[in-house]
Write a protein that binds this ligand. Structure first.
Ligand SMILES: Nc1ncnc2c1ncn2[C@@H]1O[C@H](COP(=O)(O)OP(=O)(O)OP(=O)(O)O)[C@@H](O)[C@H]1O
Ligand SMILES: [Mg+2]
Length: 298
């Protein structure tokens, strides 16, 4: 759950999507990966948990299971964010990857990571290891700019990682030279000419970069359309796919329930925003079933 911008609803969407999926019988763990500003517990109406991600990062506990606390809904757990150690706000790459490896061993159907704002490498790396990196967008020009900036930064970080893994740094550097490439398609075409193997590898790896998108705080039908427009623009200018999961209505129940420290889906289950979560969760589950790349419980 990322998007580059602060205060757009990433944490609330993570919390309520988690509740929705758990209610549908999925096993879900919410991970507060906003390393500088953990507040997912508040979105769930929980007090500051005694155990958190920092206990795992600092190896005070060995097993990731030990920092999962019940989140108030059957089937839903929370790994609360690091709060006490400033060091934990800036873990090394190896620590992040260890964390992700352990999260993947959890016996859950979905691990939902709430990311911080901005395009810091900590945020991008968590976004990139997800099955569905979900971009959150509010219908405002500044947020649209930020979401493009974020997804491009994530994409080029992915290119760098892939190129490093395969040892194609030199050939990429010589192809890029000082020519200003704008789209991955252009880079891959140029790479194919100079080094067919590198071009084919990069193309294959990058086709799997397929973020998802949620438009939050939709007030008009045009706001929902914005999601389709962003997907179309990404395809046109970047040549890559993106899945639109749908929009969440702007709903005063959303901020009222935050102020009351109660999750929207538990407190106001028939509100318009709560209904939107049903549709977004259904779309996410359908995507997984289509992809067939994981076991989906019935
Ligand atoms: N659909 C919505 N309808 C009405 N208000 C909303 C909606 N979504 C979010 N908000 C408001 O936006 C605020 C910020 O939401 P949230 O904390 O989830 O954002 P965030 O992106 O996680 O922020 P940060 O980057 O600071 O972590 C909420 O407290 C709520 O008041
Ligand atoms: Mg947040």
């Amino acid at each position: 759950m990322g998007g580059g911008k602060g205060g757009i609803g990433k944490s609330l969407i993570a919390a309520n999507l988690g509740i929705q999926l758990a209610r549908q019988g999925r096993k879900v763990v919410l991970v507060d990966a906003d390393l500088g500003g953990a507040n997912l517990h508040t979105c769930l109406g929980l007090d500051i948990p005694r155990l958190s991600l920092s206990d795992f990062i600092e190896r005070r506990v060995q097993r990731i299971e030990d920092v999962v606390i019940p989140a108030g809904v059957p089937g839903l757990g929370l790994i609360s964010g690091a709060m006490d150690h400033l060091d934990a706000a800036n873990p090394k790459y190896a620590q992040k990857m260890r964390l992700m490896r352990h999260i993947l061993t959890l016996d859950v159907d979905y691990a939902i990571l709430d990311l911080g704002a901005g395009t810091h490498l900590n945020v991008l790396d968590f976004f990139l290891v997800s099955d569905h990196g979900v971009l959150v967008l509010v219908p405002e020009p500044t947020a649209v700019e930020n979401v493009y900036r974020f997804v491009k930064a994530a994409f080029w970080r992915r290119v760098r990682n892939v190129v490093a893994v395969y040892g194609f740094e030199e050939v990429l550097r010589s192809v890029m030279g000082d020519r200003g490439f704008h789209s991955p398609v252009e880079v891959i075409q140029a790479l194919r000419v100079q080094h067919p193997e590198a071009g084919a590898t990069l193309e294959q790896e990058l086709l799997s970069f397929r973020p998802a998108l949620v438009v939050n705080q939709a007030r008009t039908p045009q706001d929902s359309e914005l999601g389709h427009a962003v997907v179309a623009a990404w395809k046109k200018y970047f040549g890559l796919g993106m899945d639109y999961l749908g929009c969440i209505d702007y709903d005063e129940a959303m901020w009222r329930t935050v102020r009351a420290r109660k999750p929207l889906l538990l407190e106001r289950p028939t509100s318009p925003a709560a209904r939107s979560f049903e549709a977004v969760a259904a779309r996410l589950v359908a995507l997984d079933e289509q992809r067939g790349d994981r076991e989906v419980p019935r």
